[in-house]
Design a protein around this ligand. Structure first.
Ligand SMILES: Cc1ncc(COP(=O)(O)O)c(C=O)c1O
Length: 374
């Protein structure tokens, strides 16, 4: 049996929506972007949602357009894009440690890192589960810090009934492994109109289409840059696919949750496996299903063994960012990152996608248990 790590859930509705939009002749940023953004605003209950070409672009603009240039506290246990976006926005990442059960930013670690240079906190909602936003928001408010939520891995996840990306400026990814996909794409969400207007301008060459200087009736061709910008736009036909994927989000996430429950039932503590812990008050939407081995020495060989029999297991994340060449620099490392180091060594990502079946999950779990008991 061959079982990939993930398969995007794309059906005829997505294909029809893409074909129809391409046939309309309007390929670049257009009406479908507005529809996609509306669906995101409705899900999160926020004032603004801005579609973009990636989550990395959204993260960069979330920082740049809020004029943050100082230190940003971010977990080292994340995809490298979180820190890259900080550097590209000309701010400085400072790595914090994670919580041993949820693998998300540990509020105590954040507090130990705050200095007069700290301007923001970037929690990363890991694998479908949100960070402790109640505590993080308290710390941010107490210290007047801006929050950028890296919600790339958590579309539809909740903390105390509130959606990921609705606590600060939210940034989402639509890469094929995520809860919804458009191939490559991202979304920025915010309630701050000033940030939203600036992001809309900077993501499209720095031209503010609503500015009075663009409105001259006599010279409708005028496009005057008011800022230095990028081209971070998402195409109309990708947005059309996003609209269909948003309609399916709830049902796809429910299937992920059901699959996680099947895994949980078959893997347990007694097998030296730690299954994911859902923190009370959180809705986990399992963008990934990750387990930890109590015996980390077996981790690499288990993943290689699973691959050798057709099960595409993987590891997210190892190494952590503070061990990578661009981020090894002592400037970014002030915290004790021992929980991060331990989790990186012992974590395993198992196949997870809505269409994954019970038989496949049983096959994966049997292979794991056989290997660990042999
Ligand atoms: C935590 C995290 N942040 C950021 C990103 C970057 O997303 P994108 O590929 O859409 O730029 C990812 C994607 O893998 C991610 O997992």
């Amino acid at each position: 049996m061959k079982i990939p790590l993930c398969i995007p859930d794309i059906g005829t509705e997505e294909l029809d929506a893409i074909t129809e939009t391409i046939s309309s002749g309007w390929l670049c940023h257009g009406e479908k972007n507005s529809e996609f953004e509306e669906a995101f605003k409705n899900l999160l209950g926020v004032d603004h949602a801005i579609s973009m070409n990636s989550c990395t672009s959204a993260l960069q603009l979330a920082i740049e357009c809020a004029d943050i240039r100082g230190e940003i506290i971010v977990p080292s246990f994340t995809w490298v894009a979180s820190a890259n976006a900080i550097i590209n926005a000309k701010a400085t990442p400072i790595f914090a440690d994670i919580n041993e059960t949820s693998f998300t930013l540990n509020p105590k670690s954040i507090e130990s890192l705050i200095t007069p240079s700290t301007e923001a906190i970037m929690p990363v909602h890991y694998a479908g589960q949100m960070a402790d936003m109640t505590e993080i928001k308290k710390i941010a408010e107490k210290n007047s810090l801006y929050i950028v939520e890296d919600s790339a891995e958590t579309i539809g996840g909740e903390h105390c009934g509130k959606q990921a990306g609705s606590f600060g400026t939210g940034c989402f990814s639509f890469f094929p492994t995520k809860n919804i996909t458009v191939g490559e794409g991202g979304m920025l969400t915010t309630n701050d109109s000033e940030i939203a207007n600036r992001v809309k301008c900077v993501m499209a060459h720095g031209i503010n289409k609503t500015a009075p200087e663009q409105q001259s009736k006599n010279k409708p061709w005028r496009r005057i840059a008011s800022d230095i910008g990028y081209n971070f736009r998402l195409t109309n036909f990708q947005a059309a696919m996003g609209v269909v994927q948003m309609d399916k989000l709830e049902s796809m996430n429910s299937k992920r949750i059901k699959n996680a429950e099947l895994y949980n039932g078959l893997l347990s503590e007694k097998d030296n496996i730690i299954t994911p812990v859902v923190v009370p008050g959180n809705k986990h939407v399992y963008q990934m299903y990750t387990i930890r081995l109590k015996n980390p020495e077996l981790r690499d060989s288990l993943v290689l063994h699973l691959k050798s029999i057709g099960i595409e297991a993987s590891v997210h994340f190892d190494p952590p960012l503070h061990q990578m060449e661009p981020y090894r620099n002592g400037e970014y490392i002030r915290a004790d990152l021992s929980v991060t180091d331990n989790v990186c060594e012992s974590i395993v990502t198992l196949p997870m996608y809505p269409q994954l079946g019970q038989q496949e999950i049983e096959f994966i779990c049997e292979a794991i248990l056989d290997y660990l008991h042999s």
